[in-house]
Ligand binder design. Structure first.
Ligand SMILES: *Cc1c(COP(=O)(O)O)cnc(C)c1O
Length: 228
């Protein structure tokens, strides 16, 4: 099983590399977040031993248990929705929180980071598809959240994250990826900040995301197989 998952990981890394080259981009500018939610510690250990450094998890409790069981050389990212009452278990444990989508959550993270004396890197998750069931800040609420992130001394705002509507055709998501990049460019201009990271693209559509400028692609199924 673990040799299987390592073979899938290698094939994924090659596909990501090829997508970057095809897009005329420097392959080192695209990093893979191996999304390991609901996959066992043994699979993560095997993929890490093969060379994968960044792993993404959705659930704080599950992630913390895995952190205790796995080498400290793993860089953990939180890609799932964060409940405000969980910030104590989040700050300082995750190298990057991809999913900050409300002023309330940003303030809670800031308070906790200050208390711990750390600076927590974060991304703003944007709901460009305006999907009710998805998290992510809506465009009209974005300025207030941007102000909060820019002025929070213990948060480092690094960029944007997108979970676009699901389509059968990967190319259908492409306008959303382009829109996230445009939004990032506008925010950089408007606020005079640098937002280098664009977290977008998953198993079904990472090539299109890379073509539109993704710097972090979050890939689960293609590496680990179907989730239980
Ligand atoms: C599960 C998940 C992924 C990975 O999705 P796959 O289609 O399995 O690659 C990426 N991002 C987020 C936010 C997720 O919850």
């Amino acid at each position: 099983m673990s040799s299987d998952v390592v073979a899938r990981w290698r094939a994924t890394m090659e596909a990501v590399h090829e997508a970057a080259v095809r897009a005329g981009r420097e392959p080192s500018g695209v990093r893979v977040v191996a999304v390991s939610k609901r996959h066992p510690v043994a699979a993560i250990a095997a993929v890490h031993a093969a060379g994968q450094v960044i792993f993404g998890e959705n659930y704080v409790q599950e992630a913390r248990a895995k952190m205790r069981a796995l080498p400290a050389s793993i860089e953990w990212h939180l890609v799932g929705h964060v409940q405000t009452n969980k910030v104590r278990q989040v700050v300082g444990s995750f190298a990057l929180v991809h999913s900050v989508d409300s002023v309330h959550l940003a303030q809670a993270l800031q308070e906790r980071a200050q208390r711990q004396g750390v600076v927590q890197p974060v991304l703003m998750q944007v709901n460009l598809g305006r999907e009710r069931q998805k998290s992510g800040v809506l465009e009209e609420d974005l300025p207030e959240l941007a102000q909060t992130l820019m002025t929070a001394p213990n948060l480092a705002w690094r960029g944007l994250m997108l979970l676009p509507p699901v389509f059968d055709d990967p190319e259908a998501a492409r306008p959303f990826f382009a829109a996230l990049r445009d939004l990032r460019d506008r925010l950089e201009q408007q606020y005079g900040v640098r937002l280098p990271e664009l977290s977008m693209g998953m198993t079904g559509d990472f090539a299109a995301a890379i073509a539109e400028g993704a710097t972090l692609v979050r890939i689960g199924t293609r590496i680990f197989g179907e989730r239980a």
